[in-house]
Design a protein around this ligand. Sequence first.
Ligand code: SF4
Length: 280
Amino acid sequence: MEILIGKNSGFCFGVKRAVEGVEKEVKKYKKINCLGEIVHNEVVVEKLQKMGVNFIENIDEAQNNSVLAIRAHGVDENTYKEAKNKNIEIIDYTCPKVKNIHEQIKKADEERYKIILVGKKTHPEVIGSKGYAKDVIVIESIDEVEELSDYEKVFCIVQTTFSYSKYIEIENKLKEKYSNIKCVNSICPSTKNRQLECQDIAEKVDFMIVIGGKNSSNTHKLYEVACKVNENSVIIQDENDKKIEECEKYGIIGIMSGASTPDETINKVVEKIKATCQEE
Ligand code: SF4
């Protein structure tokens, strides 16, 4: 039995920075709020809760004069204003790449571009980024391009974890529709490399395992990528998933994880695979 583990597996830079930062701050403040799950990973969330991090869904739940951590996905501009009004101290772990999207959207708005944001409408990063201009159109499929009205000048930017291949299709369609369009491909290299490597590994192996949280959209995209080239692909959250047991039927097993999966979980999955295959 051989196991191929993606080099791009594990936390991305932005998530690592946020998780380590919140761990450090909670030791200092003893109790802090964090707006939304810091990562879509139950293991990490539970560990931080035990340390004193209270995860809230809305800034209205934060008490006056409290401390509030912002996760890598970022938040809309209004949240900072509300925090100021409530004298809340912000510890900002918005990923610098997401901050850059916010700045670009603000600038495009000032320059009177019609802004199109390509991304999953319900994704927290997209909801946050949308809040940096008065009117941002969010699209997530190529079919929606047809429905767009005509605009004089258009600015297009994309969610950092959006599917690379899907975005290129949408961008090409937008360029056909608008002669005066400026497109910024803001897909994070970490996302793109992970998706390309996932495909590469899935093509080589007999059984492909994608690890990540149930709500992690980047993990689901990796799974889609793997399924396209390898029908023996599964998605699991951690080492307790029964689907791992299928590996005993195969010779070469591939592993790739989403950006919110800690190395600890990947190592436990590898141990479980080895134990399962040895039992044979
Ligand atoms: S995927 Fe990229 S942009 Fe998103 S948090 Fe990670 S490093 Fe930042």
